[in-house]
Design a protein around this ligand. Structure first.
Ligand SMILES: [Zn+2]
Length: 338
């Protein structure tokens, strides 16, 4: 992607067509969304003489104290379906804002935020890591409080092996820092914020993970997680999600959300607020079970459904969850979710 032309007056984002269809789709989305949303380029990743912008969108007022849902996708470049699912949801959201006055009215009191592709250069390369070989979800200066699975839990051996954390005491990667800065500015000051980071590739079920990744100790905001889970069950009795702590499966070093949560806890003002970092881990083994030949089409296949009808089904599958979390973030008061 070359020759970004940014017109300050019209906030127009025009690019030459990139070799990354997901990024082209985000550019198309922000062009349509700018009527309703604040659009930013948080960082531009330079790789092989090309520029890969990291876009953010914010629907709703410029007041970070207001409740919000924030959707993050494409932290791992291989997991394209997460970004596609978020973009598909936001495209519908923008289309509805054109005519649905009630939806527009809702945005006065609850914001919707997103970084649809956190790691565009990694996605362009078809890699889990970024272009430096660093796994952004192992990149934060956080040490696990127990044994981690060999390599998978994060390592500092070499960037040529997946799950590489980066060098010790080096600054975090630009993509990681962009997410942290965005959260500090837009999300952590909110009375109630839910961050949903969308991944794929683990297991047969769709899982909603809450902290910690670094430790098996109980998450301080477990009461809020339980009331949110109960609210989800009451609102959607047939929902498909397994809600559990990430540490139930394995511990990792360097989890970005553990790090941002720690930052949230350290600030006395933010501590009055609720910040729930959740991960949606889409169970891609189910796609392989239905289409085992997919595994022969390369490593991407393990993380991404190839069949078009299956992709569409996944886009539809999570719309209710995104809506629910967005609405629920508004109904947190007096220390509990209703
Ligand atoms: Zn992932």
């Amino acid at each position: 992607m070359n020759d970004q032309i940014e017109d300050e007056n019209t906030t127009s984002f025009r690019f030459e067509k990139s070799q990354l269809p997901e990024l082209d789709r985000v550019v198309h989305l922000v062009e349509k969304a700018k009527k309703f949303a604040a659009i930013d380029i948080l960082e531009t990743i330079q790789f092989r003489k090309s520029n890969f912008p990291i876009f953010s969108l914010r629907f709703g007022p410029d007041d970070p104290r207001l409740p919000c849902l924030a959707l993050f996708g494409g932290v791992h470049g291989l997991e394209r379906i997460g970004s596609q699912t978020i973009v598909s949801f936001l495209e519908s959201f923008v289309a509805r804002l054109e005519w649905d006055e009630d939806l527009l009215e809702s945005l006065k009191t609850v914001r919707l935020l997103s970084i649809p592709i956190v790691n565009p250069a990694g996605m362009y390369m078809g890699r889990r890591s970024n272009h430096h070989g660093v796994d952004l979800m192992r990149n934060a200066p956080i040490e696990a409080e127990g044994p981690t699975p060999f390599l998978i839990g994060g390592h500092r051996i070499t960037s040529r092996i997946p799950y590489y954390r980066g060098k010790k005491n080096e600054p975090m990667e630009l993509e990681s820092q962009a997410v942290i800065n965005f959260c500090e500015k837009e999300i952590l000051p909110a009375s109630c914020s839910i961050a949903l980071d969308v991944h794929s590739g683990f297991g047969m079920r769709d899982r909603l993970w809450y902290p910690y990744a670094k430790s098996t100790r109980q998450f301080e905001r477990i009461a809020e997680v339980q009331s949110l889970t109960s609210l989800l069950k009451r609102s959607y009795p047939n929902h498909i999600y397994v809600v559990e702590p990430q540490s139930q499966h394995y511990l990792t070093h360097g989890d970005l959300w553990d790090y941002i949560y720690e930052k949230h806890q350290k600030n006395p003002d933010w501590n009055k607020n609720l910040f729930l970092p959740l991960t949606l881990e889409m169970g891609s083994w189910l796609w392989l079970k239905k289409n085992p030949m997919q595994i022969l089409s390369g490593s991407l296949a393990v993380f991404h459904p190839i069949a078009g009808h299956r992709q569409k089904r996944i886009f539809r599958r999570h719309i209710a969850l995104f809506e629910f979390l967005w609405r629920a973030s508004k109904y947190y008061s007096a220390g509990k979710l209703i």
